[in-house]
Design a protein around this ligand. Sequence first.
Ligand code: MTE
Length: 292
Amino acid sequence: MNGSDITKESIYLHRRKFIAAAVSLLGTSSAFNKVLAANTLDEQLTSLHDITHYNNYYEFSTNKEAIAILAQDLAITPWEITIGGEVEKPLVIDVSQLLNDFQSKRFVYPLRCVEGWSMVIPWQGFQLQQLLEKVKPTANAKYVKFNSLFRPSEMIGQRRNVLEWPYVEGLRLDEAMHPLTILATGLYDKPLPKQNGAPLRLVVPWKYGFKSIKAITSIELTAEMPTTSWMKSSPSEYGFYANVNPTVAHPRWSQRREVRIGELKKRKTKMFNGFENQVADLYKGMDLEANF
Ligand code: MTE
């Protein structure tokens, strides 16, 4: 990602104040409630317009404002997802069926891009944990690898080698099973817009935005750590973990502060993007600077 991409600050006259209730807590387990209650954000949501017109999606373009237009050509039905690798019950399922199988809930999360900007997004989706439990990971499963769609006929950015295609991301299995990690199917109470990764996109709120892979077509459980697209493209700049961490600078810029889209003054970046209480235990004893 290019440092000069960092936010063009824009002022929105018609801001509405929201108290962002994190989720509807109805019908959820108490452990789940605890995590989500802790995650209730008393913050203004980023406008729907900004969320859907300031995007990173290199399959279409490296121009953030162009993606809202270019992504509309993508056909998203039918859309099959394959879940396999180190699992007892591999699965091939259409996204429409997934939406029937898993009740979607509201998750309000800040998205912090490694480039230094952030947004607060009201997602709908379900916990990745639910899907992984259904396929039953084997004892060998240690990591989860995600692949995005490769379809250069509709994704015109894939005609250039900006990255190696398809876009690949990965998580450690315990990160993938964490109750904060979701597969998003919508935002602002609408189906997920194409520019935001329709029909299915990962959201890992304590990690930099590039981990939140869009347009997922397959999920593979593996014994070895997968090499992600950004690790291949720029290994000294983008690591596997990519946890939001204000004390570990990107080689080309500091990560201490961020611009919340819609605001003028920079704010301080929080450790693990504000989710330290919920996720710090995952990294106990780990050198976070070496495992960036
Ligand atoms: N997923 C795919 N398939 N391709 C991408 O280029 N960009 C990532 C992530 N997921 C990207 C992707 C980056 S760098 C960020 S910051 C977020 O998507 C941006 O998500 P948004 O456009 O919904 O804000």
